[in-house]
Design a protein around this ligand. Structure first.
Ligand code: SF4
Length: 431
């Protein structure tokens, strides 16, 4: 099935449509055919009095069976469907080994630069003044380039969350940009404009900014600072060894808590640094189906939970993020199985917090996902334009997820703070 075939089919059934109307029907026909595996002729049969309005109505009803009758019509987002094979993600497994490593002049003698030189002897090394643009024009080639730099601005900031969503008071420390995993929903695909992996060599300068800074704490007992916004917090830790500085730093500041957010099992540095009560190591968790099909190159749930048990034994506390929860046939059983596996495996008294959030994305990210992962199933759900301009499942479907997962998690982890992430404040209040 191709976009061109969908275009030709719609043109054949309704030859007199203008460009914009045809564009909407092509998208609907294509998305339904992809989701249902049905031929176009069954989705939009040629009928005698078929016109744009009747065709769109029947296609919307089939594409959005839960929301068609209740959602305002401007919440269905139907942009032109454009798929470019050149943008597809490369899902061939390979180790992280950049072809070119740029090191900024001011950090040439840093510990990180030395480690990188030793780790990638066959890479081409170049010195940069930090002003020249590096990296590939194609996001899928980002791992070819590594930039070791001195971060000058983006040390600490409040979590940008989503402009109108309920805020949990999170604070961010920006330890890197770019990731070697390929999660189909990752916002970096659309957000990252420098297609390379960036790692700052001046961690001490970051830490110097923390003392004296004021932090929000939201509904938690102490301010939370985390590092997993623009990269996975641990995926490069064997290279960066940031954990070796972060853990002792926060051990000496028990009034704060620091969170590593990861899907990796790269915990050697943490074990070496020794445990720490106010350092929380958090794993993103999901149903096995989503982990296996949409989080490419990441370790599976069992491996993540085994790593969590190890760091808990070393003295760290744990966090988990059910994010993004994806709705599909049978999601309840699959997510319940994940909770069951967590309950059977984890030391419950060590789990500090668990967040839950359903899949959401910007309009631009939707286009990126369908280009990079044309076979994805995560976009098959019913996503509507929402209160903050993002696309989300409708209110009733999100409520269903929260009504299912929150009581279950609170029952299994009665001493854990379970909360919603990036949600409509009205919805948050009801949970
Ligand atoms: S682990 Fe996080 S940062 Fe890495 S690809 Fe997945 S979502 Fe993106």
């Amino acid at each position: 099935m191709t976009v061109q075939a969908a275009e030709e089919y719609v043109l054949g059934v309704l030859p007199k449509l203008g460009v914009n109307k045809r564009r909407e029907l092509v998208r609907l026909v294509y998305e339904i055919a992809k989701r249902d595996g049905a031929p176009f002729s069954e989705i939009l049969p040629a009928q005698k009095n078929l016109n744009f309005e009747s065709a769109k109505k029947q296609l919307l009803a089939r594409r959005y069976p839960v929301n068609f009758k209740t959602a305002a019509k401007d919440r269905f987002y139907l942009p032109k469907l454009e798929l470019s094979p050149a943008l597809q993600a490369d899902l061939t497994p390979r180790p992280f080994y950049p072809k070119t490593v740029y090191i900024e002049t001011s950090v040439q003698d840093s510990e990180l630069a030395a480690r990188v030189r030793a780790a990638f002897p066959n890479a081409q090394f170049k010195e940069t003044d930090g002003k020249t643009q590096v990296g590939s024009p194609n996001f899928s080639r980002r791992l070819d380039t590594l930039l070791i730099h001195r971060e000058k601005y983006d040390f600490l900031k409040p979590c940008p969350c989503s402009c109108a969503a309920a805020c949990c008071g999170y604070n961010l420390i920006n330890l890197g940009f770019g990731c070697r995993f390929e999660c189909e929903y990752c916002f970096l695909q659309q957000y990252q404009n420098l297609h390379a992996v960036l790692l700052p060599a001046n961690l001490d300068e970051f830490l110097n900014k923390i003392d004296g800074a004021s932090f929000r704490k939201g509904p938690f007992d102490r301010p939370r600072i985390g590092s997993g916004e623009f990269t996975d917090s641990l995926v490069f830790d064997d290279l960066t060894r940031y954990s070796q500085k972060l853990v002792p730093f926060f051990r000496a500041r028990p009034q704060l808590q620091f969170e590593f957010k990861t899907k990796s099992v790269n915990i050697g540095g943490l074990l070496e640094a020794g445990g720490c009560e106010n350092v929380v190591v958090s794993w993103s968790v999901n149903s096995a189906k989503i982990t296996d099909t949409a989080e490419h190159f990441t370790p599976g749930l069992s491996a993540r939970l085994a790593a969590a048990c190890e760091v808990a034994r070393a003295g760290y506390r744990l966090g988990f993020h059910f994010d993004p929860v994806v709705i599909y046939d049978g999601w309840q059983q699959d997510y319940a199985r994940t909770v069951e596996q967590m309950a059977d495996t984890l030391p419950k008294d060590k789990v500090a917090w668990i967040s839950v959030g359903t899949l959401r994305f910007s309009r631009e990210l939707k286009k990126m996902i369908e280009n990079r992962f044309p076979q994805n199933t995560i976009l098959d759900g019913e996503f509507l334009l929402d209160f903050d301009g993002k696309m989300r499942y409708g209110d009733s479907q999100r409520k269903e997820v929260y009504q299912f997962l929150l009581p279950l998690l609170r029952k299994v982890f009665p001493h854990t703070h379970v909360y919603l992430c990036m949600e409509d404040p009205r919805l948050v209040q009801s949970f």
